[in-house]
Design a protein around this ligand. Structure first.
Ligand SMILES: N[C@@H](CCC(=O)N[C@@H](CS)C(=O)NCC(=O)O)C(=O)O
Length: 141
């Protein structure tokens, strides 16, 4: 498997964490998002990383990549029971929103942009990082 990546991207990191946790063999190819290569734009529908190349196919969206990696490397991290799986996916979506705001803070072009993202992050309920980690830990089993 090959993970197309950008070194500042938290979404890439969550796929890397899953690949490492599941001991899946993979290599990482970094691209420059400021100057994305043509081959990347041809395979990434949103022009975003991460993209995973596997089985001669391309998978995009980090949460989807993670579910695929989880399914092909048993035993599964994702629970089987529908209600627990649904709750797990909801918290994954919750994390996506937080990761995006955190990423926007890290690439903010000005103090104003940084503060706007930070304020949006602070305004979310339950975004205290300890609370988030605690909830995700307890909901994902
Ligand atoms: N929902 C996507 C978000 C990925 C994302 O936003 N990646 C950023 C880098 S962290 C990106 O590639 N941005 C390029 C762009 O928006 O043109 C996922 O979970 O994979």
């Amino acid at each position: 498997m090959e993970l197309i990546s950008f070194d500042l991207c938290p979404f890439v990191q969550r796929s890397v964490i899953t690949l490492l946790e599941k001991k899946a063999p993979f290599k990482v190819t970094y691209i420059d998002l400021a100057k994305p290569p043509k081959w990347f734009l041809e395979i990434s529908p949103f022009g975003k990383v991460p993209v995973l190349k596997a089985e001669d196919q391309v998978i995009f969206e980090s949460a989807v990549i993670n579910e695929y990696v989880d399914e092909v490397t048993p035993p599964r991290l994702m629970p089987e029971k529908p209600i627990t799986k649904a709750i797990n996916r909801a918290w994954i979506e919750f994390a996506s929103e937080l990761l995006m705001l955190q990423y926007q803070m890290s690439i903010a072009a000005s103090q104003k942009d940084y503060e706007e993202s930070e304020n949006r992050l602070r305004l979310k309920p339950k975004t205290n990082s300890v609370t988030v980690l605690f909830l995700m830990e307890n909901r994902s089993v």
